[in-house]
Write a protein that binds this ligand. Structure first.
Ligand code: ASP
Length: 313
């Protein structure tokens, strides 16, 4: 039987140790540990990789520390537009949503699109109407707002930053991509991936990043690997980052670690892409590479103690 494993991330970026207070650091570590442990227990109990990644990402969306669901960043117009994707490596089915503002858990919405619609990606009002018809409850648009995220918008505006201008700015919390994601391999050898995000602070309304795009910010295929990305979405889209990991393994004979090295350390930076990804291959190997200062991350095999990291250790 396969050794089941889960990895999660809470975003990559310029997470400078000096700027993260010990108290905040403890909160991140506690949240990541609790959520990865929940996933490990589910895997141990024989639950599917698809259910495990969906639940892990739902829990990350519920946690205001991360830029997904509650705690999502603000757009230029002081609104929230949430994107998510889920992909099942067994069937190669995928479901995704973009530009949601009235649905509490975008990852559950993505799952509904996959399971209850003939489509892969639904956006905006059309997506919400489909979800409400499926029985999803509408929430107030300010449910996702937190004072910390509003402050980030104010600072981003003052600095004149746009969504595309993240490259060489000073290191601080504003420069963190707080997207969340999960990848898992279950006992039955099935892989799955899920990604969810509020996008980037001060983004133009209507902007969609890599997170809800299968192949860009999320990909799973039982033949090789499950991947969830975080970083400068525009570059991850152009690089088809998640699928590129799978393609290098499938067509190039790369190992998981070689594929991660090529994409995260060479191909993305060459296009100005900053960030990282988490990946699990069909053998249960785990990789959590990033080319930024840090990446909130945790992983663990079913039955083992979890590991948690933030900085480049
Ligand atoms: N990749 C996300 C996006 O571009 C941002 C992030 O990873 O935090 O929307």
């Amino acid at each position: 039987m396969t050794k089941a494993v889960i990895a999660i991330h809470g975003g990559a970026g310029a997470i400078a140790r000096a700027r993260l207070s010990p108290e905040t650091e403890r909160q991140y570590i506690a949240a990541l540990s609790t959520i990865v442990e929940t996933g490990q227990h589910m895997l141990e109990a024989g639950e599917s990789a698809l259910d495990v990644v969906t639940e892990a990402v739902r829990l990350l969306e519920e946690c205001p520390l991360f830029n997904a669901g509650i705690g999502a960043v603000f757009t230029r117009d002081e609104t929230h537009e949430l994107d998510a994707c889920v992909m099942d490596g067994y069937s190669l089915r995928a479901g995704a949503v973009a530009g949601l503002s009235r649905v509490r858990n975008p990852v559950l919405a993505a799952r509904l699109v996959m399971e209850r619609s003939p489509h892969v990606l639904l956006v905006g009002e059309g997506a919400e109407n489909f979800l409400f018809a499926e029985g999803v409850e509408a929430v107030e648009k300010d449910l996702f707002s937190t004072p910390a995220r509003y402050q980030q918008l104010v600072e981003a505006r003052a600095a004149g930053e746009t969504t595309l201008d993240h490259g060489s700015a000073p290191l601080d919390e504003r420069q963190k991509f707080g997207t969340v994601g999960a990848v898992a391999l279950d006992k039955h050898g099935n892989l799955a991936a899920a990604t969810s995000t509020g996008g980037m602070t001060n983004k133009l309304p209507g902007r969609v990043g890599d997170s809800p795009l299968p192949g860009a910010g999320c990909y799973a295929n039982n033949a090789n690997v499950a991947v969830s990305c975080t970083g400068t979405g525009e570059v991850f889209i152009r690089a088809l980052a998640a699928y590129d990991i799978a393609a290098l393994m499938e067509y190039g004979g790369f190992s998981l670690h070689e594929a991660c090295e090529a994409v995260v350390m060479e191909k993305l930076p060459a296009l100005g892409g900053e960030g990282g990804l988490i990946a699990v291959d069909r053998e249960g190997n785990v990789a959590l590479p990033f080319n930024s200062e840090g990446m909130y991350r945790a992983w663990g095999y079913a039955g083992d103690a979890p590991s948690v990291g933030i900085y480049r250790e």
